[in-house]
Every structure is written in structure tokens, then in C-alpha cells.
Write a protein that binds this ligand. Structure first.
Ligand code: SF4
Length: 230
């Protein structure tokens, strides 16, 4: 059953890549900007994140050294457009302190850790849940990681690859199984595109109320009937 679900998810990926083409994620100019974006995007739309990133970029603050030197109160004001500015500013500052304490302020040194250790360490930081940790692992550190977000959850549950109440870890394990046969060197690239095309189908079709007509995954519904509304 799991193998079948993984195979189908891999087919979904192929169809979505064919439909949407390369997505070139993450929309950022540096690994550190990815980290900042991963914090800022929590509970907010990407358009709001872009405003905060633009505020930081205007003042040349998108570096570890610049955020280290910036008073937290100023950081809060600059990221105000993304909401939850108190919590997010504190979390970003905590990330920089973590990087300084364990990795001499170097994202490259953090990237040299194994995925397991890096993920474990990220997860104990304030403001970092599994989705943020996996987004940082994948898009800032270049590790193969399946990022589970609401869009992926909708696709796998609406197509009944997993039950409606599937946990983050179950959805992630299914995603990992879908790419398990790939060479290690290709896996990060597939994980990158996988998340990006899932976001795309989520935004275009698999919304709160699914718009299945014209969706690149509509063909699969003949096996499962109408999608579960989740
Ligand atoms: S919109 Fe419909 S066909 Fe497309 S992924 Fe969602 S449930 Fe499947």
C-alpha cells in the first residue's frame, strides 16, 4: 500500500513538473535570505514577506553580520509587514546566535552537518517547527528534505494516499519513499522541485475548495472518486 502510494505520488510529481516546468525555487538571492524568508513566511502570505525582505535589502541587512549588529527593536520594525514581528524578530536573532555559537556564524558549516543533526538542532530553536526546519534544510543548506505544507497535505489526503488526519511525519515519510530510488545527488533537486510544484498546484487548484477542472492531477480522481474536502 505504501509502495503504491509512493509510486502514485512520484507520478503526481512527474505530471506537475510537465505541466508547470522548472520553478527555480526558492525565490531568494542567498542562503541567508532563504532562512529569513522561512521565518517570515510563517502564518502570512508571501507578498507580505517580500515587503519585509525589501526593507532589509534596502538597508543591506540580508547577512548574518548585519542582523547580528542590528538591534532587535529595529529588526521588528523592518519585518512589520510580515506580522508577528516580536516573535519573528526574536526567532531570527536566536538563529544568528545559534549560528555564532555552534558554527562560527557560518551557514556553510551548518550545511556540512548531517541532515539528522542539523534538523535536530534547528528544531530546538524558538519559532522553528518541522516545516521551517525542513525548508531551511532544503533551500538554504541544500539537503534533501521533504517539506510538508498545507498544499501537500491537501493533495495526498484528497487523493487518499494517506488518511485525512495524517501526521507531518507520515506525509514526509511518503514523500521520502517517492524519491527513495533516486541517486543521492539528484534527491535534493527533486525535493526542491517537488515542494515548488506542490505549492503551484495548491495555489492554482488545490485550494480550500478544490478546483479540479483543468488540474494536472485530475486524471487520478478516476481511481478515488471526488476529492475529500479537507
Ligand atoms: S484540485 Fe482536485 S485534482 Fe487537483 S490536486 Fe486537488 S483534489 Fe486533486
Amino acid at each position: 500500500m505504501r509502495h503504491n502510494a509512493a509510486r502514485r505520488l512520484r507520478e503526481f510529481y512527474s505530471h506537475l513538473v510537465e505541466a508547470y516546468g522548472p520553478q527555480q525555487w526558492w525565490p531568494a538571492k542567498s542562503a541567508f535570505e532563504v532562512v529569513i524568508g522561512a521565518y517570515l513566511t510563517q502564518n502570512t502570505a508571501w507578498t507580505s514577506v517580500e515587503k519585509s525582505i525589501a526593507n532589509l535589502a534596502q538597508r543591506a541587512l540580508l547577512s548574518v553580520a548585519a542582523i547580528r549588529a542590528l538591534p532587535e527593536s529595529e529588526l521588528r520594525e523592518l519585518i512589520r509587514p510580515s506580522g508577528y514581528m516580536m516573535r519573528k524578530a526574536a526567532a531570527i536573532k536566536a538563529f544568528v546566535a545559534f549560528l555564532d555559537n555552534f558554527y562560527e556564524g557560518s551557514l556553510e558549516k551548518l550545511a556540512d552537518e548531517s541532515s539528522e543533526i542539523a534538523r535536530e538542532r534547528l528544531l530546538v530553536l524558538p519559532g522553528v517547527g518541522p516545516e521551517t526546519a525542513d525548508a531551511i534544510l532544503l533551500y538554504a543548506l541544500g539537503h534533501p528534505a521533504i517539506v510538508v505544507d498545507e498544499y501537500l497535505r491537501r493533495v495526498v489526503t484528497r487523493h487518499r494516499l494517506l488518511p485525512e488526519k495524517a501526521k507531518y511525519t507520515e506525509i514526509q515519510a511518503l514523500g521520502e519513499a517517492a524519491f527513495a530510488g533516486d541517486a543521492q545527488a539528484e534527491r535534493a533537486q527533486h525535493c526542491n522541485e517537488f515542494h515548488a510544484v506542490m505549492v503551484e498546484v495548491g495555489k492554482r487548484h488545490c485550494r480550500r475548495n478544490p478546483v479540479c477542472d483543468g488540474c494536472p492531477l485530475q486524471w487520478d480522481l478516476r481511481y478515488v472518486g471526488s476529492p475529500v474536502r479537507s
